[in-house]
Write a protein that binds this ligand. Structure first.
Ligand code: AMP
Ligand code: MG
Length: 306
């Protein structure tokens, strides 16, 4: 097994690589949450056909305050559930303007889910980095959530380094609570229950509110301009988002036709190219395999919004 030392894990994460880390819920496939390139490696390894927004793992409330709006209610709940009770709970918050987080990790949303894991190793890792870790469960899409280093190995194979922290004590994904409207809305139930939250105000539950796919959420990112896929020839007024060898491209997702690089650039390039000086956006054909499937899924959603 590719079991890793603590120091090697830090070095990997500092170098924009992926490491499976233990948390009290399940093992997370973690990478620098500020870097589109690092986050693209997570999606590529998981082989997910869609870009789900990822939870940002943080060591402290202070880190969250750098890029998200921490209301009085949010601070109270974080203080109580993260620090006092060591509970497994994620909070969805509004982002500050000009935040540095990876748009790919956010799947282009204007909100972010944050969590302080209740696991000694995870906290020690986070305290030694100066960025949050984006981390979904460390398994391939559609397989069981990994609660031991061995499960990670079984699902993802030898090429993913695993920091072994023993078996996960909780084994169930975190409760997710939306605080963006400054009231408590439960999006996913985990070990923290509605009753636990009711102490802090009325807690409504919308269990289908958690974003299974970013396209399911109303406030997801869609370009203002009309978007057309599989464009070979640029039309007048069109901004062309190229892929591979494409001489007319205004921006190119990956000149070397690398799908992981294209995924990393997708959301930030869509933002850049969505400019009123153009009349539409065209995107070169993207091969529909590997992470290309998730790119095409995202582009299809952007088309259907026009
Ligand atoms: P996990 O399955 O524990 O990796 O958590 C990821 C899930 O958190 C996503 O699939 C979403 O359901 C949810 N999530 C992450 N970010 C957001 C967000 N900004 N708004 C709502 N739900 C989110
Ligand atoms: Mg999962």
């Amino acid at each position: 097994m590719v079991s890793f030392s603590f120091e090697s894990a830090l070095e990997y994460l500092n170098n924009f690589n992926v490491v499976a880390i233990p948390t009290e819920t399940v093992y997370g496939l973690a990478a620098n949450g500020l870097s589109d390139q690092a986050v693209a490696k997570i999606y590529s390894l998981k082989n997910r056909p869609q870009f789900n927004p990822l939870i940002m793992h943080v060591p402290s409330i202070e880190m969250v305050e750098n890029w998200a709006v921490v209301t009085k209610l949010a601070r109270k709940l974080m203080q109580e559930f993260w620090y006092e009770r060591g509970a497994s709970i994620s909070f969805v918050l509004n982002l500050k303007e000009n935040h540095p987080l990876s748009l790919l990790a956010l799947a282009g949303l204007g909100t972010v889910a944050v969590r302080r894991p209740n696991h000694e190793v995870a906290i020690k890792i986070l305290e030694n980095l100066n960025f949050p870790l984006a981390a979904p469960s460390a398994n391939r899409s559609n397989s069981l959530s990994p609660t031991s280093a061995y499960h990670v190995l079984q699902s993802l194979g030898e090429h993913v380094p695993v920091l072994d922290g023993g078996n996960c004590a909780v084994g169930l994904e975190s409760t997710i609570v939306d605080l963006t409207q400054d009231k408590i809305t439960i999006l996913r139930l985990g070990s923290v229950t509605a009753l636990d939250l009711a102490e802090f105000g009325t807690a409504n539950t919308i269990t289908d509110g958690a974003v299974k796919a970013p396209g399911m959420l109303k406030r997801h990112y869609a370009p203002n301009l009309t978007l057309k896929m599989n464009v070979i020839e640029k039309e007048p007024g069109m901004a062309l988002l190229g892929f591979g060898n494409c001489k007319d491209a205004d921006l190119n997702l990956s000149e070397s036709a690398n799908l992981v690089e294209a995924a990393a650039n997708l959301f930030s390039y869509l933002h850049k190219i969505d400019d009123a000086s153009f009349s539409s956006i065209g995107v070169s054909p993207i091969p529909n395999h590997g992470i290309g499937e998730a790119i095409n899924d995202r582009l299809k959603r952007a088309c259907s919004n026009n």
